[in-house]
Ligand binder design. Structure first.
Ligand code: C2O
Ligand code: CU
Length: 432
């Protein structure tokens, strides 16, 4: 991935220029696709700094349309959140905006536009942002950042219209037929038997869910959205819903000289999502012809996660809803109200809320809250901080969140971006 040039000599400040522009790329062999990019690369430049650093981004928009940058998952001041019409004006074609904030929390994050986002993200507007914690154990191994996405292209490499398929596709969400890993179709990775790697994986697709497996080789999950979880856990497969991140140790166990695949598997996410669908190869894994090494043992206890005290918390119901105003239209909303008719939810600084996010629809919805981390109230789960979580069909989850600081108006929405576009989005006003 492209690495941005730091124009600031201060070691605690990362200051970069970032230009949004259309760049021709060969995504499918022999065809040219006019990709919408940050900085002319796909994904955009990988922003990497350490916890506590200040990040300054001089953003310029050379796209033919307005855009913005939302820093997904980061606890930024409200006016840096990149939501046109809510926290800032859109950055028009030819316009500029400077984002400037401190990276307060280690973890794996990403950035993307928050305007016409189903289309713009689908055309390539996303990049990784890693906030390192210098005290992470060395045993985790060398790091690899993987951005998963997909694109809807025709045979000539041109984008299909962002509203392809009409209301049915609004309902299901648009999965691009071309799966990409760091902007490439089926890239190849060299590994050495036993030599562990820490993979930070980001799902930047507008709709697609990823369930990934690598034969019999388990993943040791360390955490996800907002840094390490309380404990590590060994999993045969990992599921990533749109906008979610996962952080795990991959231990190559194939014999030297073997060629194998990391594969995508269909995820059950409602009507028709797994019917007649099969696994797909995502990334080739080549085990080099060198003697193997002994894998390190990965600690189980990783971090103490202070439980949010929910005694006396305010309870709110967030009911994810779908209505059909007529035969050709789908409208989604929260508590039956689409975004354009909604009123903000209210919270006060210092308040703790428990949100029951209910999904009685026939499709899963990955629920995302801006500005704050939440905890899922579910004893089966290893405690961790999150900003995005799947709400499966006909289930509900309780999320605890403390609005401790940074007043302002913040978004919450489904991160199947096609669902957000047809109304499954709302605002929350946190007042001092
Ligand atoms: Cu990934 Cu409202 O954002
Ligand atoms: Cu949804």
């Amino acid at each position: 991935m492209a690495i941005p040039v730091d124009i600031n000599p201060d070691p605690d400040i990362l200051e970069i220029n970032l230009e949004a522009k259309i760049t021709d790329m060969e995504i499918i062999e022999g065809k040219i696709t006019p990709v919408w990019t940050y900085g002319g690369s796909l994904p955009g430049p990988m922003i990497r700094a350490k916890v506590g650093d200040r990040l300054i981004i001089h953003f310029s928009n050379n796209l033919p349309d307005s855009t913005s940058i939302h820093w997904h998952g980061l606890r930024v001041p409200n006016n840096m959140d990149g939501v046109p019409g809510v926290t800032q004006d859109p950055v028009p074609a030819g316009g500029e905006f400077t984002y400037d904030f401190v990276l307060r929390d280690a973890g794996t994050y990403w950035y993307h536009p928050h305007i016409n986002s189903a289309a713009q993200v689908g055309w390539g507007m996303y990049g990784a942002l890693v906030v390192e914690d210098p005290s992470d154990p060395e045993e985790f191994g060398d790091e690899l950042v993987l951005v998963f996405s997909d694109m809807s292209l025709d045979e000539e490499g041109q984008f299909l219209p962002p509203d392809t398929g009409g209301a049915f596709s609004d309902l299901f969400g648009r999965e691009g037929g071309v799966i990409l890993v760091n902007g490439k179709v089926k890239p190849s990775l060299k590994v050495r038997k036993g030599k562990q790697q820490r993979w930070r994986v980001i799902n930047a697709a507008r709709t697609r869910y990823y369930t990934i497996r690598h034969n019999r080789q388990p993943f040791i999950r360390l955490g996800g959205d907002n840094g390490l979880a309380e404990r590590s856990e060994t999993l045969d497969q990992i599921k990533l819903v749109p906008s979610e991140r996962t952080d795990f140790v991959f231990t190559p166990q194939d014999e030297p000289g073997t060629v194998d695949w990391l594969k995508w598997y269909p995820t059950e996410r409602g009507y028709g999502s797994t019917f007649n669908r099969f696994s797909e190869e995502m990334m080739e894994i080549v085990t080099v012809n060198e003697p193997g090494v002994m894998p390190e043992s990965i600690p189980t206890e990783l971090r103490h996660i202070e439980q949010i005290d929910v005694a006396g918390a305010r309870e709110l119901l967030i009911d994810l809803t779908i209505v059909f105003p007529d035969d050709n239209t789908v409208e989604m909303g929260i508590n039956g109200i689409p975004y354009w008719n909604s009123k903000p939810l209210e919270a006060r600084i210092g308040e703790t809320h428990v949100w029951t996010v209910r999904n009685d629809t026939d499709f899963n919805h990955p629920f995302h809250l801006h500005g704050y981390f939440f905890q899922v109230l579910d004893e089966e789960r290893i405690p961790e901080w999150k900003d995005s979580v799947d709400i499966p069909v006909h289930t509900e989850l309780k999320l605890a969140v403390n609005f401790d600081e940074r007043p302002g108006t913040w978004m919450y929405h489904c991160h199947i971006l096609d669902h957000a576009e047809v109304g499954m989005m709302g605002t929350l006003r946190v007042s001092p």
